[in-house]
Design a protein around this ligand. Structure first.
Ligand SMILES: [Zn+2]
Length: 408
């Protein structure tokens, strides 16, 4: 009987077509000191030997459905497709291996759209070409189907990367808080020192919001999407790790090539990975903080860790205070705030080995629309600790202490 089974297995193994393909692609990765470097890597789990089409990801251009050719004549597009494919593979592996996420394991292949300028529509997948195109950001969209009479097919979860577009800095809306000067310079100056007061923080938030998402200011709320990249601590890193960081960029132009930024790729994938319980219907500070937390965990980059610590942890020796809880952090206005990220990062510092799992389990007790930071996130973390901490009683005490330090 065993022999028969074995023979059957062998027969099946030989009968299956060879579907895995291998392809070396040039991709952007983080090198020393977080610098972006280009490297040849082998793309994993490809199911095509012609296109960026794999078991888990299918990389297309704009609204097209056929994936990009591995040897597409446009080297920039090839580089972007390779970079996105590679980092999504790393992100997925983290969720499957480190967090044993059954949901991520069960996801059908995700469609990833590069150079996608169309605005999102929850009634028709994307808006008509006439609607103002969008640039310089990235977003995750929930699955959906067209409204009656609209036509078209249903769609699954997708991640969209907008093309970069140079916008003259002087054309960006001013922050309203400074009558002169470039808002980005103000933002950058602010980034170089810790945030102490909400006034300063407010300036940063406004500037950051406008900087990262100028297009969203002009679009109606319903069409504004939803899950966008970038909180403060991440923003600082993205800047320092951007190959476009030059004086011209800072002084004159604003542009962001999101498909070339590994942390944004991890962030967007985290939104998808959490979307079985945290629906992609709204951007909230809690959701953005969670996505950033897992983005930093995937990256495992020590530069990120120290950067976030710099923003988030109390450093008594420098006489600095941690950013303390303020009810304003709950509002959409602050959805780029790194307050949640910094709170979660403290959990990681307390429990380096358990934090990722603990935070995932806590997130499963939360809902996108109904949960707040002060009551729900904190309670969820304490409850998850009861079940998943190694020494629940003592560890919950340590958590409580840490939350008190943050002003909860
Ligand atoms: Zn986001």
């Amino acid at each position: 009987m065993i022999l028969f089974k074995f023979l059957m297995m062998m027969a099946q193994a030989f009968a299956e077509p060879v579907s895995a393909s291998s392809h070396q692609a040039l991709v952007l990765v983080r090198g020393d000191e977080f610098r972006p470097v280009l490297r040849e890597v082998e793309l994993q789990d490809l199911s095509s030997d012609q296109r960026f089409e794999g078991k888990h990801f299918k990389i297309v251009k704009g609204v097209e459905e056929v994936p990009i050719l591995l040897n597409d004549p446009d080297p920039e597009l090839r580089l972007k497709a390779g970079t996105v494919y590679h980092h999504l593979t790393l992100a997925r592996r983290f969720w499957v291996q480190n967090l044993s996420s059954e949901f991520v394991k069960s996801l059908p292949p995700l469609v990833i759209r590069l150079e996608m300028t169309r605005a999102f529509s929850d009634l028709a997948h994307y808006q008509h070409e006439r609607v103002a195109p969008e640039y310089n950001n990235a977003l995750s969209i929930p699955q959906g189907w067209p409204m009656d009479g609209v036509g078209g097919d249903s769609w699954g979860n997708e991640i969209w990367f907008r093309p970069k577009k140079q916008i003259l800095t002087r054309d960006l809306p001013g922050s309203g808080l400074s009558s002169s000067g470039n808002p980005i310079s103000a933002y950058l100056q602010a980034l170089t020192r810790p945030i102490k007061e909400s006034v300063v923080s407010r300036l940063i938030q406004i500037t950051l919001q406008r900087w990262f998402y100028p297009a969203t200011l002009a679009t109606p709320y319903r069409n504004q999407v939803l899950q966008q990249a970038g909180t403060l601590a991440m923003g600082a890193l993205i800047l320092s790790g951007s190959r476009y960081l030059d004086s011209l960029f800072l002084e004159k132009y604003y542009y962001l090539d999101t498909a070339m930024i590994p942390e944004i790729i991890y962030h967007e994938f985290a939104h998808i990975a959490l979307s079985d319980h945290l629906k992609l219907t709204l951007s909230t500070p809690m959701l953005e903080g969670l996505a950033d937390y897992f983005a930093t965990a995937v990256s495992g980059n020590p530069e990120i860790a120290s950067n976030i610590r710099q923003y988030s942890l109390s450093m008594p020796k420098n006489g600095r205070n941690p950013i303390r809880y303020d009810p304003a952090f709950e509002t959409l206005y602050f959805s780029n705030s790194d307050f949640v990220l910094s709170t979660l990062w403290r959990v990681r510092d307390l429990f380096p080995e358990r934090a990722d799992l603990l935070i995932l389990k806590a997130s499963q007790r939360l809902s996108t629309a109904r949960s707040d930071i002060r009551h729900d996130l904190i309670r969820a973390l304490l409850e998850a600790c009861r079940e998943f901490c190694l020494a629940p009683r003592a560890d919950r005490l340590r958590l409580r202490q840490s939350f008190e330090d943050k002003g909860f």
